[in-house]
Write a protein that binds this ligand. Structure first.
Ligand SMILES: Cc1cc2nc3c(=O)[nH]c(=O)nc-3n(C[C@H](O)[C@H](O)[C@H](O)COP(=O)(O)O)c2cc1C
Length: 180
């Protein structure tokens, strides 16, 4: 994984891909699937929707850290598998053959098989709406990965995959952060 400028990390989440959220609590790695995500600001700040019904939630609350890992379409069945079993009774890194890698800042692992990883700190938990707010603190990309198309959940068990990239950078210049 190569370091990605933190100021670019929001561009990984803005397209709305399904993400994997890793945690490390009391010496055990875990990972869950999340499709309800949002970019909150460029620094970057993100929000995810999850709550106490997931094993990961206790880890997020206790450690105040996680990694947002971005899977590509070749990992679709793994992503669905991760999101349909629980770390309460399953070592998902072993079960799905995921390779944990050390990050730079947080103890939660990066996933080597993912195209990008963003290390995050939990900065707020909005209980009323089950929203967890995350500050990105370091970002990494795998520039050698050939498959780079991310997965987007419809919400009914079907998914769409990235298509063509369309360039409107000139028209949007007034709304883009400088140097992006
Ligand atoms: C495609 C997909 C998307 C999901 N999105 C979310 C989500 O946005 N929020 C959430 O709380 N759970 C979501 N889930 C469910 C969790 O990933 C699932 O409950 C998982 O088993 C939690 O793992 P854990 O108990 O180890 O934390 C999703 C599952 C799948 C398959």
């Amino acid at each position: 994984m190569r370091t990605l400028k933190l100021s670019r990390a929001f561009t990984l989440i803005e397209p709305g891909p399904v993400v994997l959220v890793t945690t490390r609590d009391r010496g055990r790695d875990n990972v869950m699937t999340i499709s309800w995500t949002m970019v909150v600001d460029f620094t970057p700040v993100f929000a995810i929707t999850t709550g106490a019904w997931n094993h990961s939630y206790a880890a997020l609350r206790r450690t105040r850290e996680c990694v947002l890992a971005i899977p590509t379409v070749d990992l679709l069945d793994t992503v669905v598998g991760i999101g349909t079993c629980s770390g309460a009774d399953t070592d998902k890194f072993a079960r799905f053959g995921l390779t944990p890698r050390r990050g730079r800042v947080v103890a939660a692992p990066l996933i080597a098989e993912c195209v990008a990883n963003v290390e995050c700190r939990v900065i707020d938990m909005v209980k009323r709406h089950d929203i967890v707010v995350l500050q990105g603190v370091a970002a990494h990309v795998d520039p050698r990965r050939r498959e780079r198309r991310t997965i987007h959940a419809i919400g009914d068990g079907t998914f769409v995959v990235d298509g063509r990239r369309l360039d409107r950078r000139k028209a949007m210049a007034s709304k883009l952060p400088t140097g992006l």
